[in-house]
Write a protein that binds this ligand. Structure first.
Ligand SMILES: [Zn+2]
Length: 269
């Protein structure tokens, strides 16, 4: 079986050096390199960013094979996956507002949902839904873990690793305004695009525990995982979208050649 990797950016800004490094880490593995635009966040994604990402990748020489998968064009697929989980009794509506959620999370910590809405009575749920209160759908992780049983995944730097999805709590699988969420879509699409090796930044390593659980529940194959280090600036700070100076567009405009960036990636890898 040939290797299939992917790069899956969200078009919420211009590609910066950290993203490009991530794309390169996947591309340089060889085999088939696929591209996917994770654009389900309609309030933050913009078509001009999507176009710029494609242009930047071409400029760098990171050519992908096949069609670009655009998530917003496949909402019915994600709905079907949600239905599959709902049929197993694994989803529940969460009416919490952003503010309520931020109050329940310790400052600066990765918020794990405290399960507030899981304990609502059926009558209270029906009442809120009837009143038109917007709601997200969360995975009942306790039930899901019980149904799936013990799971393992293969992470290249660690070998076989026991999945501990409870660490992520009851994740959102459908957002209030969208029948989908990052976690649901990434798992679904890695399978649809026949990805054999998910090569992505260490910032996403923790999510793997949940992704492996979702793969199991949805009957999808589990790819191999590899999490690369994150690029940092001269001050040791992680590169982020807000640092416009590190955007590929800015590098290009300043006359830097793609070979110079690729050489830096080789040094960093
Ligand atoms: Zn809630």
């Amino acid at each position: 079986m040939s290797t299939v990797t992917r790069f899956a950016p969200s078009p919420t800004g211009f590609l910066h050096l950290g993203h490009a490094f991530s794309a390169w880490c996947a591309w340089r593995r060889g085999g088939i390199f696929r591209l996917r635009l994770e654009d389900i966040d309609a309030t933050r994604c913009r078509p001009e960013y999507a176009a710029a990402i494609l242009e930047d990748l071409r400029w760098l020489g990171l050519h992908w094979q096949g069609e670009v998968r655009v998530q917003s064009a496949h909402l019915a697929d994600y709905r079907a996956a949600l239905d599959q989980l709902a049929a197993r009794g694994l989803l529940y509506p969460c009416f919490c507002t952003r503010r309520e959620l931020s109050l329940s999370a310790p400052h600066g910590a990765t918020p794990v949902y405290p399960g507030t809405c899981k304990h609502l009575s059926a009558a209270a749920r029906d009442e809120k839904i009837a009143a038109g209160t917007p709601y997200a759908l969360r995975l009942d992780s306790e039930k899901a873990i019980a149904q799936a049983g013990a799971l393992k995944f293969f992470e290249e730097s660690q070998g076989w690793t026991e999945a501990q999805p409870a660490r992520l709590g009851d994740a959102v699988l459908a957002r209030k305004e969208m029948p989908a969420s990052y976690h649901l879509c990434v798992v679904h699409d890695d399978a649809v695009q026949n990805i054999t090796h998910v090569i992505r930044g260490r910032d996403l390593a923790e999510a793997t525990h949940l992704h492996v659980l979702l793969q199991n529940l949805l009957g999808l194959p589990a790819p191999v995982y590899a999490h690369h280090r994150l690029l940092r600036d001269a001050q040791g700070k992680r590169l982020a979208k807000r640092d416009g100076s590190e955007s590929l567009a800015a590098f290009r405009q300043s006359g830097i050649q793609p070979q110079a960036l690729l050489a830096r990636f080789e040094d960093e890898a």
